[in-house]
Write a protein that binds this ligand. Structure first.
Ligand code: URP
Ligand code: ZN
Ligand code: ZN
Ligand code: ZN
Length: 464
């Protein structure tokens, strides 16, 4: 099968020009002006942007968490991602305490295999790592797992102590892999929560009020210090506050190899959502929590000046009915997380490019290229170039949509609310190719399944 995409404005992290893209099989094989080639299918991309498919390096599909399981599985989640212009996700496989990470990986392969419509990789969540099991981490590299997530938060669930952090960081560094860090001092936060609950403060807003930004900043500081000594490249996930960003800047100024990710929820939503009537604030109970609005400008500055390198969603949806409601009597029982995998590209294009905060090239870098580079997918993914996978989004920069659970164009996620209900966006995904297959054409799903597990390369560092 060959496809010719004609007359589109091709935008990568560094390029911006009008040309044709020729695809044979899964790969881009030719790019040029007015290509004279025979193609099985021709797509006219006049007045459209032709972008590298989005890469969302932080999703939780089919994840057991908070006494329930996230509402999107790999079938619904990857379809929703595709509608929104994302062609690769990196999800989190979880190791059960006391058991092999390889067993955890098998379990996540079973969840995803044969279900995904777009390509996917896994980070490995490590919940313990005694010395005798350290060699597993090398075997994970052979399986294409070249990054790990560890948690300073959620004591008793995913939390690991500083000794485990150091041990794992050192091994990861030796293996040429990267550490992803959920940086928040969960031990102190748990004490604050205990005090709040004792005082009867149990409504959703107390989830946020018991997680001060200083405790996020402390986690970032500690993670950077440990990574510096252990010599491993670090990636701070879902950074949410000015206080935390300040610590990233200090670490980088010292020469530590640390990059950070933020998410649309921290750029577009704020603490006031918890003040909504009744239990509605539970929709935005996520960790880290939504912050005071002024933090948003600081995060946008971080994106502009490159202290923040990627925008991922941390898509972790729980239905308001039945799932979020588990915490009706206490915020401590509300499953943490919110949906967003489908809305990322439009939100960031609208808020970033239309809003004049970042360039079009930077938009591509933040939503695709930087994640590909940080996580061993580049240049197979993350750019439009001869030899790269034909993961391509044809994007209408003028089209306006209102994000809503009731808008069939903006909501294919299997969750009963939108975190961005009523948001008006300009810039919308129209047609999507995944490794040369047209999976969405003019906003209609053309084929399901066909997504592949992608083994990721070791890297060293995005900064090198
Ligand atoms: O609230 C969130 N973020 N849930 C997903 C788990 C995590 O910490 O990323
Ligand atoms: Zn996390
Ligand atoms: Zn997460
Ligand atoms: Zn519409």
């Amino acid at each position: 099968m060959s496809i010719l995409i004609k007359n589109g404005r091709i935008v990568t992290a560094v390029d911006d020009y009008v040309a044709d893209v020729f695809i044979e099989g899964e790969k881009i094989t030719l790019i040029g002006k007015d290509l004279k080639v025979q193609a099985d299918k021709v797509i006219d991309a006049s007045n459209r942007l032709v972008l590298p498919g989005g890469i969302d390096p932080h999703t939780h599909f089919d994840m057991p968490f908070g006494g329930t399981t996230s509402a999107d599985d790999f079938a619904s989640g990857t379809k929703a991602a595709a509608f929104g212009g994302t062609t690769t996700i990196i999800d989190f496989a979880i190791q059960t305490k006391g058991e092999s990470t390889l067993k955890g990986l098998d379990a996540w392969h079973d969840k995803a295999s044969g279900k995904a419509t777009i390509d996917y990789g896994f980070h490995m969540i490590i919940t313990d790592m005694p010395d005798e099991r350290l060699p597993e981490m090398r075997r994970l590299v052979d399986e294409g797992i070249t990054s790990y997530k560890l948690f300073m938060a959620y004591p008793g669930v995913l939390y690991v102590d500083d000794g485990t952090l150091y041990r794992t960081f050192r091994q990861a560094g030796e293996n040429g892999t990267r550490i992803c860090m959920h940086a928040e001092n969960g031990i102190v936060i748990d004490e604050i929560i205990k005090g709040a609950v004792k005082d009867g403060k149990t409504s959703p807003k107390w989830h946020a009020l018991t997680r001060p930004t200083r405790m996020e900043a402390e986690g970032v500081h500690r993670a950077i210090a440990i990574a510096e000594v252990a010599k491993v490249p670090l990636y701070i996930v879902h950074l949410s506050s000015s206080d935390a960003l300040e610590q990233v800047k200090i670490g980088r100024a010292r020469g530590v190899d640390v990059v950070a990710e933020t998410c649309p929820q921290y750029l577009f939503l704020d603490h006031s959502y918890y003040e909504r009537e009744g239990f509605e604030g539970a929709k935005w109970v996520m960790t880290p929590a939504l912050r005071e609005k002024w933090n948003q400008d600081v995060l946008w500055q971080g994106l502009k000046f490159r202290d923040l390198e990627t925008i991922a969603t941390d898509h972790c949806p729980f239905c308001f009915k039945d799932q979020k409601e588990l915490g009706k009597d206490s915020f401590t029982k509300i499953p943490n997380g919110a949906p967003g995998v489908e809305n990322r590209m439009s939100l960031v294009y609208n808020g970033g490019v239309v809003g004049g905060r970042i360039s079009l090239n930077r938009f591509v870098e933040l939503t695709s290229t930087a994640a590909a580079k940080a996580f061993g997918l580049f240049p197979k993914k993350g750019t439009i170039a001869v030899g790269s996978d034909a993961d391509i989004v044809i994007f209408d920069p003028d089209r306006k949509e209102t994000i809503s659970v009731n808008n069939p164009h903006t909501h294919h996620m299997k969750v009963d609310y939108s975190a961005y209900e009523g948001f008006q966006v300009q810039g919308f995904t129209e047609t999507v190719l995944s490794r040369g297959r047209v999976i969405i054409e003019k906003n209609e799903l053309k084929t399901e399944g066909g997504g592949q597990y992608i083994k990721r390369a070791t890297h060293g560092s995005l900064l090198r």
